[in-house]
Design a protein around this ligand. Structure first.
Ligand code: MG
Length: 445
């Protein structure tokens, strides 16, 4: 089994992801990219244990380590970029349940490790050919706080004067994750009256699951209404994602979030390039067309979006899960920057969030997943079978029909194939999803 999944190495702490693994992985990282390495973590219970193993492994290869403590991953990424470090390691399992943890590599420019880099690290991990420093060449450890640099970095890249003038009232729900230490303070510095929910660090996540889906954040919806706030913000545990609740306490669907932010950015950057994965809504294309812009569709995964944005000098990009990338700040998903940009949008347009959402034409989508033993074989056979249809094979198979499209792709980690269908009408989306499921069943032996 491959060590690295879609988002670094993940597993249940002390069962699937042990200190021995963490240390060997860190030795592999330190051998691959020696120098000064920043290490950060989210708020998980197993975070200290795994971070200590990571630091020890790095020091044994001769790396100098700067321990950044608990911080959002975009804060760690910004620190690495600004201080021109060799790279970093983040101990996080992002939105996974509390028993999980993970290890993620960060490159010197602050972007996530590419899959090529991960393959190199995995080779070293398997071969155990680590740099082993002599007794007087092992690395030194120091600490630093990346949070003020991060918060000030965001404030200097948005129209903070316009935001401060509005004196917004905001409810922040970091889900007891790393943004407990940044988002409430960022909002306060932007002149907001801040009400917090689940903003104490607690790796058992007593308030809600770390994944901020529409169903998970009911307390936030209620709090926004009770407080009479302009909006609510929720993050996942490492805070590279942000989702929003409007002033009426309604969850803003992540596809709509990507769309309204695309529109806002293109208002100021007509003709600019937008980058998003093939799984994102056609709404993005509709908006881009209006502004004379083009959309580049990538494989699913934020690293593909980030690297494609760099190569195409894109003005904005992101995923339909609350992971938005603002290139004027950094090429990674950033929950704090998303929150600040949302406030800037409200300040500049003078509209309520529910009004901005209402302007977006709705698409309907249906998601299904089917268990498949040999998922790769199923995908190969479907590709032959749909010969003659209009398809896109950037990631899985996307089939375009007059009523919309259906994307069939295998999971990176589980023995399942996912179906994602989108249409302007609900029956259209259902029909497309059935068509996709039918194709899988035809070859799923
Ligand atoms: Mg995350």
């Amino acid at each position: 089994m491959a060590l690295f999944g879609t988002n670094g190495v993940r597993g249940i702490a002390n069962v699937e992801l042990t200190t021995e693994m963490a240390m060997s992985l860190a030795k592999s990282f330190g051998t691959f990219r020696p120098g000064t390495i920043a290490v950060g973590r989210d708020t998980r219970e197993s975070g200290d244990m795994l971070k200590a193993a990571v630091i020890s492994g790095l020091l044994s290869t001769g790396c100098k380590v700067i321990d950044l403590g608990i911080a959002p991953i975009p804060a760690v990424q910004f620190y690495i970029k600004e201080n021109k470090m060799s790279g970093g390691i983040m101990v996080t399992a992002s939105h996974n349940p509390p028993e999980y943890n993970g290890i993620k590599g960060i490159a010197s420019d602050g972007t996530e490790y590419s899959h090529e880099d991960e393959a190199f690290v995995e080779k070293l991990y398997d071969s155990h050919e680590f740099n082993r420093s002599p007794w007087n060449g092992t690395g030194g450890l120091s600490t630093a706080d990346p949070k003020p640099l991060y918060i000030n970095g965001i404030i200097s890249r948005v129209d903070s004067a316009a935001i401060r003038q509005k004196k917004f009232k905001v409810v922040a729900d970091p889900g007891c994750g790393a943004a407990s230490l940044t988002t409430p303070f960022l909002l306060r510095d932007l002149g907001c009256k801040v009400v917090t929910l689940n903003a104490q660090i607690d790796g058992t996540f007593p308030g809600r699951n770390p994944e901020p889906t529409g169903n998970e954040i009911n307390d936030l919806k209620a709090a926004v209404i009770a407080a009479g706030a302009n909006l609510g913000i929720a993050h996942d545990c490492d805070a590279d994602r942000a989702v929003f609740v409007d002033e009426k306490g309604q969850f803003v669907n992540e596809d709509i979030l990507l769309a309204i932010m695309t529109k806002y950015v293109l208002e100021k950057n007509r003709g600019g390039t937008i980058v998003t994965p093939v799984s994102s809504s056609s709404l993005i294309e509709d908006i881009a067309r209006k502004y004379g812009s083009r959309v580049i569709w990538t494989q699913v995964g934020s690293i593909f979006v980030a690297r494609t944005m760099m190569a195409s000098d894109a003005v904005f990009g992101g995923e339909g899960n609350g992971g938005l990338i603002f290139p004027q700040f950094q090429y990674c998903r950033d929950g704090g920057m998303s929150a600040a940009m949302m406030l800037e949008m409200l300040a500049h347009t003078g509209k309520k969030l529910s009004e901005i959402v209402k302007e977006m034409p709705g698409y309907h989508s249906v998601k299904e997943k089917i268990k498949c033993k040999d998922k790769a074989a199923v995908i190969r056979q479907i590709e032959k079978d749909v010969n003659g249809e209009k398809i896109d094979t950037t990631d899985g198979i996307k089939v375009f029909k007059p009523e919309g499209w259906v994307l069939i792709r295998m999971s990176g980690t589980e023995p399942i194939v996912r179906v994602f269908a989108e249409s302007r009408t609900e029956p259209g989306a259902k029909k497309l999803a059935e068509y996709g499921v039918g194709l899988i069943n035809k070859f799923n032996k």
